[in-house]
Design a protein around this ligand. Structure first.
Ligand code: GLU
Length: 492
């Protein structure tokens, strides 16, 4: 059997859309599972969409995710380099190749020069639309004689090269996800292959490159389903083998519209910035359009499991809803599984972005202190940028209204003695562990928890909601806890 070779072929347009990220992931999983080659090719032939540094950013996201590829474009010490025997892997460096093949097609009668001006094409389109016809090139330039073509070329009239579509019959292919697809050739347009600036269109370059790079399976988004027959005709015109195709389903907003910025972030970079772990993002994205089949309800998959279980046959045809709540849930599962050491290391960059943290005293920025905060917060974190956010009282002085201390209708005298009781209990504990604190406080509260723990919670945090008072006291330490109780007592 021919070696499996697949490629991820993004256009560097500024950021990595989650849909593209999913294509990269599925392509990577497919390559790994089948021990094939995974190639990164850069499709930068649309110069209007050129964005500085986009290429670098793309590669950084792939590196972050750990989608290792074996060929193509890499970043080494901030320089873009290429590795592999089928290069160059950046399309703008392959212009001569496209030109050569485009002219070969013209020679063989499968393509032709078109000199139509943008104005004429616009007029033609408008008329077709007015007649309720699907816009399609009317082949005006196909009627030019060889002499006319020569003349226009000699006089320097700008031209494009168009594919001469086989107009009769239908083109069929078997999509690995969707089964048989058949499109009547009469609906196919004589598409532009080479633009007047000498750059190829995607429609041409993808065919040339997939062939020359010996790609066995083309895995890409469903927006290319209807163009694929045109690509297949090109393969046939050249007498080349046609690769297998798998067109992935759309990503949808919860209201089933096409995934857009409206519902939230669509750039993977935004999720990285918010502190979603790469394992969770890959896990979440893997499930957008794929399931392991056989009634499985498994939702958490390690990368190894994904590689083992992934299969194009279990990719759905229907659009997949991008549900942020699920990403949060998955990420929370992964955060819970981290050791405190790992959580601390991963959280460091996020602490440093927070004003309340930067303004805190040095004793609140130590590794030991942060690890305690994290231990208390770990089970509730949905992403790492949330660290400390709901518990700022660990880092700053607190202020609150005396009334907040009051549990139900306790009078001032009872409140005061409740706080004094807490002061006494905490003061007597020498072995300052979470367990000890919890045990002593619960013991003392007996069946009157609110009376003891509510005023204590407020005294320690200044808040109505917080982790348990024993956990808070544990993090704050004995001295600080007693100091805060003292400050509460001063209100009486
Ligand atoms: N450059 C195309 C895109 O980003 C790639 C499509 C393909 O994989 O063929 O959509």
């Amino acid at each position: 059997m021919k070696k499996i070779r697949v490629r991820f072929a993004p256009s560097p347009t500024g950021y990595m859309h989650v849909g593209n990220f999913r294509t990269a992931l599925y392509t990577y999983l497919f390559a790994k599972k089948n021990k094939g080659d995974f190639i990164l090719r850069i499709e930068d032939t649309d110069q209007k969409r050129y964005v500085k540094d986009a290429l670098e950013k793309l590669i950084q996201v792939l590196d972050w995710a750990g989608f290792g590829y074996s060929e193509g474009v890499y970043l080494e010490n901030n320089n873009v380099i290429q590795k592999g025997e089928f290069g160059p892997y950046i399309q703008s460096e392959r212009l001569d190749i496209y030109k050569k093949y485009a002219h070969e097609l013209v020679e063989n009668g499968h393509a032709y020069h078109c000199f139509c001006t943008p104005e004429r094409l616009e007029e033609m389109r408008a008329e077709q639309i007015a007649r309720k016809q699907a816009p399609k090139y009317d082949q005006a330039c196909l009627k030019l004689s060889e002499e006319e073509v020569m003349e226009k070329m000699k006089s320097g009239t700008p031209y494009v090269i168009r594919q001469k579509i086989q107009a009769e019959g239908a083109t069929e292919y078997t999509d690995l996800i969707r089964g048989k697809i058949r499109i009547e050739n009469e609906v196919l347009d004589d598409q532009v292959l080479l633009k007047s600036d000498g750059y190829p269109t995607y429609n041409f370059a993808n065919v040339i490159d997939d062939h020359l790079m010996e790609i066995s399976h083309v895995i890409r988004g469903e927006e290319y389903i209807s163009s694929t027959p045109k690509f297949i005709q090109l393969y046939q015109n050249f007498g080349w083998n046609v690769p297998a195709f798998a067109h992935l389903p759309l990503l949808l907003n919860p209201d089933k519209s096409k995934l857009s910025k409206r519902q939230g972030d669509v750039a993977v970079e935004d999720y990285i910035k918010k502190g979603y772990l790469k394992e969770s993002v890959a896990n979440f994205v893997a499930l957008l359009g794929w399931n392991p089949g056989e009634g499985s309800t498994q939702e958490i998959f390690s990368m190894e499991e994904l590689i083992e279980k992934f299969d194009l046959a279990h990719v759905h045809k229907a659009g997949a809803v991008f549900d942020l709540k699920k990403l949060d849930w998955i990420n929370a599962q992964y955060i819970k599984k981290l050791s405190i050491d790992e959580l601390y290391k991963k959280s460091l960059e996020f602490w440093k972005q927070k004003d309340f943290f930067n303004a805190a005293s040095d004793d609140k920025k130590t590794e030991e202190y942060l690890k305690k905060v994290l231990e208390v917060e770990q089970d509730r974190l949905k992403n790492l940028s949330e660290v400390g956010e709901s518990n700022k009282f660990f880092f700053q002085n607190i202020s609150y209204d005396k009334e907040l201390l009051r549990w139900k209708d306790m009078n001032d005298g009872d409140l005061k003695s409740s706080l004094e009781k807490s002061r006494k209990i905490l003061g007597e504990i020498s072995n300052w562990t979470k367990e000890k604190l919890e045990q002593k406080l619960l013991e003392a509260a007996a069946d009157k928890r609110g009376e003891l723990l509510w005023p204590l919670r407020v005294a320690l945090t200044g808040e109505q909601r917080s982790p348990s008072p024993s956990d808070v006291a544990w993090v704050l330490g004995k001295k600080e806890s007693l100091k805060r109780i003292e400050q509460a007592l001063e209100k009486f």
